[in-house]
Design a protein around this ligand. Sequence first.
Ligand code: COA
Length: 320
Amino acid sequence: MRTRIIGTGSCLPETVVTNDDLSKIMDTSDEWISSRTGIRERRLVKDETTASMSIEAARRALEDAKVSAQDIDLIIVGTITGDYVTPSTACEVQAAIGADKAVAFDVNAACSGFMFALHTADAYFKAGIYKTALVLGAETLSKIMDWNDRSTCVLFGDGAGAAVLRAEETGILAYDQGSDGAKGMVLACKNRLNNNPLVQNPKDLQYTYMDGQEVYKFAVTTVPASINKVLNEAGLSVEDIDYFALHQANIRIIQSVAKRLKVSEDKFPISLDHCGNISAGSVPILLDEINKKGMLKPGMKIVLSGFGAGLTWGSAVIEW
Ligand code: COA
């Protein structure tokens, strides 16, 4: 038994914000952003929410998979920006799509959120507990950005991606995931402040802080190692892989990973140019884009890899 992705869907907010738009409200430029990151524009929410985008992405994935919401046993959403502390985004999705029989919960693994959700579903399948699942990565990162910090806010975007999974003969061939909590503070965001009468309320900002260079170093070493690990476990080499669908943080990270793996950049599809970094949303949105373009054929081998805050990382090699 393997866990197979049988349908994908995604949803981006309507409003496009280009680098030039940002340069009108802060001291930045299209040249600075695009040359260092490859990002040209991103979508930011106006009326959309993490749940509304997740629900739409889920509906599209179910339609693509030709699966009814009633058949879903499990819903997992990778997110760090749910609309509520509780209920979870997964429970909101469950209610909206009418997946009455499903168990629903969120996982917090930042940019690896979709990969961790995928692996969790895979473990349930292997244990024989569930057979059909909906996994998502969804974020409204714009609400946890400090819009006075040009070094972080220009990098991120909002959106949601979803995949329907089913226990079948083929699918995930190998998986690797890891965490390094000791380095957690290089990319961090505080939760709500404590308002209880015993706590002197600290004035920390509840926005994202990032040491960009440390994150960069982590990504360009950990991701190739993680990918090599799953390839070894699957008995495959980089030549056997049709596409490497990586978390869309920065074009330079992707170029560096391609170089370290000695693989042509052509095998690395890109969505960051028009999406920016959507954390847990990046991998499933990219997967949906290449699926809907007809780039994925049965039997193809694809590497998925997510990495980011925590620090966390997760890679999988799948047969489509
Ligand atoms: N526009 C214009 N100038 C900017 C800017 C912006 N949006 N953001 C920062 N700068 C300035 C800085 O103030 C600094 O100016 P100074 O030299 O006068 O002090 C200069 O640009 C260089 O800043 P620095 O932070 O050293 O840039 P960098 O070359 O390290 O590039 C990143 C910054 C964020 C692009 C790079 O570190 C990176 O890609 N890191 C990985 C981040 C990432 O992908 N995180 C998510 C992973 S999940």
